[in-house]
Ligand binder design. Structure first.
Ligand code: CUA
Length: 328
C-alpha cells in the first residue's frame, strides 16, 4: 500500500520547493511589468472564484452527509434548486470569467511599430537574439530598457518552442516558418529568468535564458558596445587561441563580429561570449573552467546538443578558452 503519510509530508514539501524561490526571478505571481501584472490579476481572480465554488460544493456535500436519514427523503432538492445551482450559477460564473479574460487579453494588445523590436529564434536548445537595425546579435540573454514596451518577433528554427519570462509577459509559442508577435515590458530593473515552456526534446528543461532590464541610459551603453566589434586578442595565448578557433573549424557553426571568416549560424554567436552570464542556455555559469569543459565535451553536460566533442591538446584548449573568455 502507498504510505499515506508520505502524501501529507510530500505535498507541502513539493509546494515549498516549487513555489518559493528567493528573489522570485521566475515567478508569474511576482509581476515586474504591466503584461505580467494582468496575467497575475487574472490568476488571482480565477483562484478566488474557483475557491468559492469549491468551498460551496464542499459545504453542501457535508450538509447532505450529516443530515439525518429520515430528513434526506423529505428535503430532496426541488427543481428550482437544481436549475439555480446547476444552470444559473455556473452560467454566471463562466460568463464572469470569460469577460475578465477578454478584458485581460485586450490590455495585452501589442504596442505600436515604434517600439524597440527584438527578434528571438528558438533552437534546440538555446535562444538566438537579434536586434534588427541595431546590428546586435547575442544568445540566451536579452537586454531591455526599463519602462518601455519591447516588441518580440518570435520564430523557431527546428521544432515548436515557447517563449516565457513569467515576471514580464504571458507565454507565446514559437512555431517554425511563422513569426509570432508578442511584447514585454519591465517596470523595474532586474534580471529575470525565462524558460522554454513547450516540450521540445531531450534538453527542453535546459533551454533557459535571462532578461536583463536596465535603466534606459545603461541599456543604451550596453547596446552601443554590443553593436561594436570586440578587440583583437592582446596576449600571446589569446592570439594562439584565435588560431586554434579557426584550425578546429569553430567558424563553421559560430560567428564572431570582426572576423570575416567566422559567420556560421548553426550555433550561438560568440561575439561577446565571454561577457555572457551563462553557458549552455542557463546551464552553467560562464568562467574559464566551464568554458574549457564545454568545448572539450559539451555532450557530457548537455547530451544531445549539436556541438561535437573537441579533444584538443591541453595547451590549445587553454588558449582557445583564453581567446573566447576575452570576447567581452
Ligand atoms: Cu524549447 Cu522546450
Amino acid at each position: 500500500m502507498f504510505p499515506s503519510r508520505l502524501i501529507w509530508v510530500g505535498w507541502p514539501a513539493l509546494l515549498l520547493a516549487t513555489g518559493c524561490h528567493p528573489g522570485h526571478t521566475q515567478s508569474m505571481l511576482h509581476p515586474a511589468g504591466p503584461g505580467a501584472a494582468k496575467v497575475a490579476d487574472l490568476w488571482w481572480f480565477l483562484f478566488a472564484v474557483c475557491t468559492a465554488v469549491f468551498v460551496a460544493v464542499l459545504v453542501l456535500l457535508v450538509m447532505a452527509l450529516l443530515a439525518p436519514r429520515e430528513d434526506r427523503e423529505e428535503r430532496r432538492p426541488g427543481t428550482a434548486f437544481i436549475v439555480i445551482t446547476g444552470v444559473a450559477v455556473p452560467t454566471v460564473v463562466l460568463i464572469a470569467i470569460l469577460i475578465y479574460s477578454l478584458l485581460a487579453m485586450r490590455a495585452l494588445r501589442n504596442p505600436g511599430p515604434d517600439a524597440l523590436t527584438v527578434e528571438v529564434i528558438g533552437h534546440q536548445w538555446w535562444w538566438e537574439v537579434r536586434y534588427p537595425g541595431r546590428g546586435i546579435v547575442t544568445a540566451n540573454e536579452i537586454h531591455i530598457p526599463v519602462g518601455e514596451p519591447v516588441r518580440l518577433h518570435l520564430k523557431a528554427q527546428d521544432v515548436i518552442h515557447s517563449f516565457w519570462v513569467p515576471n514580464l509577459h504571458p507565454k507565446t509559442d514559437m512555431i517554425p516558418r511563422q513569426v509570432n508577435v508578442a511584447w514585454m515590458q519591465a517596470d523595474r530593473p532586474g534580471t529575470f529568468r525565462g524558460q522554454c515552456a513547450e516540450f521540445c526534446g531531450k534538453q527542453h528543461a535546459w533551454m533557459a535564458f535571462h532578461v536583463i532590464a536596465q535603466p534606459p541610459d545603461e541599456y543604451e551603453a550596453w547596446a552601443s558596445r554590443a553593436a561594436g566589434t570586440p578587440p583583437a586578442p592582446e596576449g600571446e595565448k589569446g592570439r594562439r587561441g584565435r588560431e586554434v578557433f579557426f584550425r578546429a573549424a569553430c567558424q563553421n557553426c559560430h560567428a564572431i563580429k570582426g572576423e570575416p571568416r567566422a559567420v556560421g549560424r548553426v550555433g550561438p554567436d560568440l561575439t561577446w561570449v565571454g561577457g555572457r552570464a551563462s553557458l549552455g542556455a542557463g546551464l552553467l555559469e560562464t568562467n574559464h573552467g566551464t568554458m574549457s569543459g564545454w568545448i572539450a565535451n559539451s555532450q557530457a553536460v548537455k547530451p544531445g546538443n549539436l556541438m561535437p566533442r573537441y579533444y584538443l591538446p591541453s595547451d590549445d584548449l587553454n588558449a582557445l578558452t583564453e581567446y573566447l573568455m576575452g570576447l567581452k
